[in-house]
Design a binder for this molecule. Structure first.
Ligand code: SF4
Length: 390
């Protein structure tokens, strides 16, 4: 690969503390194991040919590892600058590259993976993406995003600044953290009102180039015209399982650490079109109990509750083989317990709180943090991997 040495000294070393934006294809992010290129698929769906091409790029241009992200995107890892250029050219050929970095960053729309192709929700997500990549789109800060749901409200727990959900024969547009909403009669009006709500947010919601809807609403601004008190969601809705297992339109597969290999992606693409999900599961449309080597089929598999970064030997910053340790500890996790194992203090894999966070200090030494994240104080230090109390 050789890319790591090329990146040493730039943001590969210092970039982890950068917050407020996500990598894209045109604006990759330097990580410990090279450049991270995030592919924002159109409505979270990949045709089999697109998936096969991406699998080839991951193997040829990167280090062969891909991440399923919590924004329902797919990341290639370990690219050098030449590999990045090759990947961008290939992705442009299949319609997955935006006009420029800013447009790419604003096209932050998650569609429920259970929404049928061509449905009203599908068209609404497309319309918002088109409006947000237009030259006159509100210049929302990085990470500002939309979620377009269906009647099942599968995205109810997916962080998003503006949510859209069906309501009667129309749509309801809900700001994250708000107790009011806007109504729209059809897809076109819903897209317009959602983008107008983003414009309303821009009036007072951005400080130092950053901002989220929830933070703005904590400051109690006057709602925009037409806002009505938020009605509770219908009591009849039932959120479908988010996997692994059967889905309304196919089958959901889990992957340890949200990581998928080119071989797995190719095998999945052989069974049908793919939908990316914010639960880091992969949905194969129309599939029933697909057999993909290495995929997690069991909802109770503890590996689904473990975060672990690339670690040694692929990441030059890594002090330990964290994925090996994570797999060894998985059988000891209790029900509901989560674990984050990090190859160094940067904690790339997960910034949130886990039941137990382990930070490598040496190949066989770890600090332990309870109910916190990588930046919280350790309660035990210098632990041998054989003596870690979960
Ligand atoms: S060891 Fe892990 S946390 Fe540290 S830089 Fe590498 S990938 Fe990130």
């Amino acid at each position: 690969m050789g890319h790591a040495a090329q990146l040493a000294g730039d943001n590969a070393v210092t970039g982890f503390e950068i917050k407020g934006w996500c990598p894209g294809a045109l604006r990759p992010m330097a990580s410990g194991d090279g450049l991270v290129l995030r592919i924002r698929t159109r409505n979270g769906r990949l045709e089999p040919d697109q998936a096969r091409l991406i699998a080839g790029l991951a193997a040829r241009c990167g280090n062969g590892l891909m991440d399923l992200t919590s924004r329902a995107n797919l990341q290639l890892r370990g690219l050098d600058h030449a590999g990045h250029a090759e990947a961008v050219a290939a992705l442009a050929g299949i319609g997955l590259i935006d006009r420029d970095e800013a447009a790419e960053a604003r096209r932050n729309v998650i569609l429920s993976p259970f929404a049928p192709v061509g449905s009203a929700a599908w068209r609404l997500a497309e319309a918002i993406a088109a409006a947000m990549t237009a030259p006159d789109a509100p210049q929302v800060p990085g990470k500002f995003g939309f979620a377009v749901d269906t009647d099942t409200l599968a995205l109810a727990d997916t962080p998003s600044d503006i949510r859209l959900r069906p309501s009667g024969s129309g749509w309801r547009i809900v700001p994250d953290g708000g107790d009011w909403s806007l109504k729209a009669a059809d897809v076109a009006e819903a897209a317009n009102r959602a983008v107008d709500l983003a414009r309303w947010f821009m009036q007072d919601g951005v400080q130092d180039g950053r901002g989220r809807m929830r933070d703005l609403l904590r400051r109690n601004p006057a709602p925009p015209p037409g806002a009505k008190p938020l009605a509770p969601p219908p009591s009849s809705y039932s959120v479908p399982d988010t996997g692994p297992g059967p889905a309304p339109n196919g089958w959901l597969l889990g992957f340890a650490f949200g990581q998928i290999t080119p071989a797995q992606l190719t095998a999945a693409a052989a069974l049908g079109p793919l939908r990316l999900t914010p639960w880091r599961a992969l949905l194969i449309e129309g599939a029933r109990q697909p057999l993909i080597p290495g995929a997690i089929m069991d909802l109770d598999d503890p590996l689904l509750r473990i975060h672990a970064c690339t670690g040694a030997p692929r990441c030059p910053q890594a002090l330990a083989d964290v994925r090996g340790l994570a797999r060894a500890l998985a059988p000891r996790l209790r029900a509901g317990q989560s674990l984050h194992v990090s190859g160094c203090a940067k904690g790339c894999a997960y910034r949130g709180a886990a039941s137990v966070t382990l930070l490598a200090k040496a190949p066989d030494r770890f600090d332990l943090i309870r109910d916190g994240g990588p930046n919280d104080p350790a309660v035990q230090g210098n632990l041998s991997p054989h003596r870690i109390p979960l």
